[in-house]
Design a protein around this ligand. Structure first.
Ligand code: UDP
Length: 506
């Protein structure tokens, strides 16, 4: 074995608590967070909090981790970040199978083999945890990948207070979810507290130990902070997505976005990006994100949209003209940059085939983009720019834990159409903060929702504004920080009357 497979990630100081004071109406929340921070620090010190997950880049957990750690350290709650780098090629395929099961889909055909691989890696990782975690530290484990490592560590070495944060799940139990939870149940035993993204995800047998903890976005991060037009254009220039005069010095990125043109990937500008209404889905290339449903919905929109518009009470000429210009952009991280997702490359290949099979007049309006992951900051800036320029952001997930992409788009004032699954239906109240579609594979319904946003731009804007207020109230990093501190206070026995949170009602 070469070196540890659990390694510490240096936390870049990406954000500061002080900066949040300047945001609308957040000073009261900042004060409460500071009070909780003092409480936790006194009870925990000189020990620390360890966060453990399985990737440094790509996806919602990796997105939140540096910011959360950074803010906790700001409060002088010593917090470190560990990442599991399994050295077994079957490990991530096994945990991807588990992920599918917990979302109610098929997975883990050979359970015996899966268990053997999972335990082999977990055992080695448990040994690594022993080297760094001290008695009295708090260990927070994210998602199923490193769960076994923590459980074996607790069983064989020492048992620190442990919390498990489950970022995935579904409200609908079926034989697949049962199989997934059975697989995990023994590893969950040493955990004092289990935290889910939504109440319906909590399995009945785990209810007593569980609570809801919403993810949140950082409005001041590269991903979400305001961009002047000049900055936005500079970012797109630097990513190679638009042409223009020589870019300024700061706008020189390490890698360019790639797009799929005539059957191959290339770095070339997207001619119409700034001049046409763009429908954007920007997520991970994962079948559960529902990209496969978007090309049929787009084709439906182009085919049936004009006749629908003629029946609407709108400025027909304007709506028809916009519809004739609209383009679909399907973007996601370059699969090579997302360590814990072994299926992304093959799935993206399928999307490429799907795009190639489209009739020419539709194909030239459908753009698949692979965003570079070489620099997290540059990747975040590209995401920011794309979410801002879109006429509408879609998130057509088949299953979804929470869906940070929706909070990100709403924060930017971009109207959102999403499927009514998981956390998407918690973030968006249909008709108030955006539009929800029951079934993401229903091309007509998706197309109708997008058309509505296109045909009624004022209504779309009002929904997006309302969505932004909802994000401000419930889905910011600061609220998440407050929940974490309450959990730590509780586990340290200084929490007072912290009640089990059960989440928002619509
Ligand atoms: N994301 C990113 N770069 C990309 C594509 C996506 O940073 O090229 C981010 C996206 O902005 C969001 C996260 O990945 O913050 C996805 O989180 P979400 O909760 O939507 O889904 P998950 O990936 O956790 O299933």
């Amino acid at each position: 074995m070469n070196g540890p497979i659990v390694r510490e990630v240096r936390i870049q100081r990406t954000t500061s608590l002080e900066a949040f004071r300047t945001l609308d109406r957040l000073d009261v929340l900042v004060e409460d967070v500071e009070r909780l921070g003092r409480l936790v620090r006194r009870a925990l010190s000189p020990n620390r909090v360890w966060m453990l997950n399985s990737t440094e880049t790509g996806g919602g957990v990796a997105e939140m981790m540096p910011r959360l750690c950074s803010l906790l350290n700001d409060l002088r709650v010593d917090t470190r970040w560990l990442v599991l780098h399994p050295d077994h090629p079957e490990f991530f395929p096994v945990t991807k199978g588990l992920h599918h099961l917990l979302h109610g889909m098929e997975g883990l055909a050979d359970l015996g083999r899966a268990r053997a691989v999972y335990e082999e890696v977990s055992r080695r990782a448990a040994g690594n945890l022993r080297e760094v975690i001290n008695h009295g530290d708090i260990l927070v484990v994210h998602d199923p990948q490193p769960l076994g490592a923590a459980a074996l560590f607790a069983q064989e070495f020492c048992c620190p207070p442990m919390l498990w944060r489950c970022h995935i799940g579904t409200a609908h139990r079926n034989p697949h979810t049962e199989k997934g939870w059975r697989f995990l149940s023994e590893y969950l035993q040493p955990f004092e507290r289990l935290l889910f993204s939504a109440e319906p995800y909590i399995p009945a047998e785990l209810y007593e130990r569980s609570a809801v903890l919403y993810p949140g976005i950082d409005p001041l991060s590269h991903k979400n902070r305001d961009l002047s037009l000049y900055k936005l254009l500079g970012i797109l220039r630097a990513a190679g997505l638009v042409d223009g005069p020589p870019a300024p010095g700061w706008a020189c990125f390490e890698a360019q976005a790639q797009r799929f043109v005539d059957g191959r990937w290339e770095a070339s500008p997207l001619e119409n990006l700034l001049f046409r209404p763009v429908i954007l889905q920007l997520s991970r290339f994962d079948r559960l994100k529902g990209y496969q449903h978007l090309m049929p919905a787009f084709a439906h929109l182009l085919e049936h949209g004009p006749e629908r518009i003629r029946k609407m009470k709108v400025a027909t000429e304007r709506a028809l003209s916009e519809l004739s210009q609209v383009e679909l952009v399907l973007a996601g991280p370059d699969p090579a940059g997302v360590a814990d997702d072994p299926e992304a490359g093959a799935y993206l290949d399928e999307l490429c085939q799907q795009q190639m099979a489209l009739p020419e007049e539709i194909r030239r309006r459908v753009h698949l983009l692979r965003l570079p992951m070489v620099s997290t900051k540059q990747n975040a800036l590209i995401v920011n720019a794309l979410q801002r320029l879109a006429m509408v952001v879609i998130q057509a997930s088949v299953r979804e834990g929470f869906g940070l992409t929706v909070a990100e788009a709403l924060w930017k004032g971009t109207p959102v159409v999403a499927s009514n699954v998981g956390g998407l239906g918690i973030q968006i109240r249909h008709g108030t903060d955006g539009l929800l579609v029951g079934d993401p594979s229903d091309a007509a319904a998706l197309s109708e929702a997008v058309l509505h946003m296109l045909a009624y731009p004022k209504e779309a804007e009002l929904m997006a504004r309302s969505g932004r207020r909802r994000v401000l109230g419930h889905f910011l990093m600061l609220g998440q920080l407050q929940s974490w501190l309450e959990e730590f206070a509780r586990i340290l026995g200084v929490g007072g009357a912290v009640t089990a949170k059960r989440g928002l009602t619509q």
